[in-house]
Ligand binder design. Structure first.
Ligand code: AMP
Length: 356
């Protein structure tokens, strides 16, 4: 756990004028490096294999230096040399997913955000406990497959990016699609429109949308492009396709910027506030960037089907800002906002409040 690692001790030994912002070269790294540079930080890209060349194509987002490793687990062995460079790590989805949540918890480097969230986020039951006890509405669970009498989504535990999920409308559909070798759960398929809400929570900022423990911001919203479900309609009915053993899949291939009806914004903030407040009660807080993955029904109600407690790739369309962040500051990406938070924490000697 973070405390056993003595992150506070590591930070004490850091030269605060020479902090380097580091992340793994993938996912949202272009935005993280670009944002860090705009806030005057040095940057370091951890390249798992040969990932470096692509940064030549995007010079403003090319890190100042690379650390090349052969596999994710090697990062755990190279922490000393990273600490010597006063590295603060920005976790993103690929970093945590491919290193593994358990290994990530052991990473002996100061990390942006609260790593205690991992225990609550990586277990679907605990995630549900957190959000529903916060008063956030989630899709219903169908405990017994024989009771399926409306569209449901069968989700495999730990599945990356929706891989292998399938839709069933009754028990025979379920039997046709299920892989019994994997753990799964069955969730009501919510009919509506998807919005992936990108928040930022600061425990140290004082101006803005104030909540119990700090200030909540909405930086942007995206919708994911998912293959092949998003284009499948072009081939006719899913029932017909099923006979040819073509099933919808939800693998993320890209992201589209969206805005939400303005009248829904109070609900957006209410949900974000609830998630953060409950996080402080349960495990000491949710600070930095996080995303609620939601579906809005035609009754204009939100159902949250997942939370991601770090920068999500859906923020990538907004390197130069979004219709929301533009109203706070121009040219403000999530990556840049993270760097700003670290800058503010350094200046006010509060790094311990945003790093774990
Ligand atoms: P997840 O891995 O939970 O983020 O889900 C992958 C994708 O499945 C989402 O991006 C949605 O398109 C879809 N999805 C997940 N849960 C539901 C649900 N309860 N109802 C409808 N679609 C869902």
């Amino acid at each position: 756990m973070a405390k056993e690692l003595d992150i506070a001790g590591m930070l004490e030994g850091y030269d605060k004028d020479k902090i380097t912002i580091a992340t793994v070269c993938s996912h949202s790294s272009l935005q993280i490096f670009d944002g860090a540079r705009k806030e005057g930080f040095r940057t370091l890209g951890i390249s798992v294999g040969e990932r470096m060349k692509i940064y030549d194509a995007f010079p403003k987002a090319k890190p100042d230096e690379f650390l090349k490793v052969d596999g994710y687990s090697e990062i755990l062995e190279r922490t000393e040399e990273l600490r010597e460079k006063n590295v603060i790590v920005i976790p993103h989805g690929s970093f945590v997913e491919y290193l593994g949540a358990d290994e990530f918890r052991k990473l002996a480097l100061p990390t942006f955000g609260n790593r205690r969230v991992l225990k609550w986020e990586s277990d679907r039951n605990k995630e549900r406990e957190w959000l529903t006890s916060a008063g956030i509405s989630m899709p219903e669970i169908v405990p017994n497959p024989e009771d399926i009498n409306r569209p449901v989504l069968v989700k495999y535990h730990g599945a990356k990016g929706g891989r292998g999920f399938f839709i069933a409308k009754d028990y025979s559909d379920f039997k046709l699609g299920i892989d019994h070798t994997k753990e799964y759960h069955i969730q009501e398929y919510v009919m509506g429109t998807r919005y992936y809400l990108h928040y930022f929570f600061s425990p140290i900022k004082t101006e803005g949308y104030r909540t119990k423990n700090g200030v909540l911001e909405l930086l942007s919203i995206d919708r994911r492009d998912e293959s092949n479900i998003d284009e499948m309609y072009k081939l006719g009915s899913q029932e017909e396709l099923k006979k040819m053993r073509v099933f919808p899949s939800f693998v993320v291939t890209g992201n589209i910027p969206v805005v939400i009806r303005e009248s829904l914004l109070p609900k957006v903030f209410d949900m974000g506030e609830r998630a953060v407040n409950r996080a402080y009660e349960l495990f000491g807080g949710l600070y930095g960037s996080f995303c609620l993955e939601t579906i809005v029904t035609d009754q204009l109600e939100f159902k949250v089907f997942e939370i991601s407690s770090r920068i999500v790739a859906g923020t990538n369309p907004f390197i130069s800002g979004s219709p929301y962040s533009d109203l706070m500051q121009e040219d403000l990406s999530t990556g840049r906002r993270i760097a700003q938070e670290i800058r503010l924490a350094v200046e006010t000697e509060q790094l311990g409040r945003i790093i774990s």
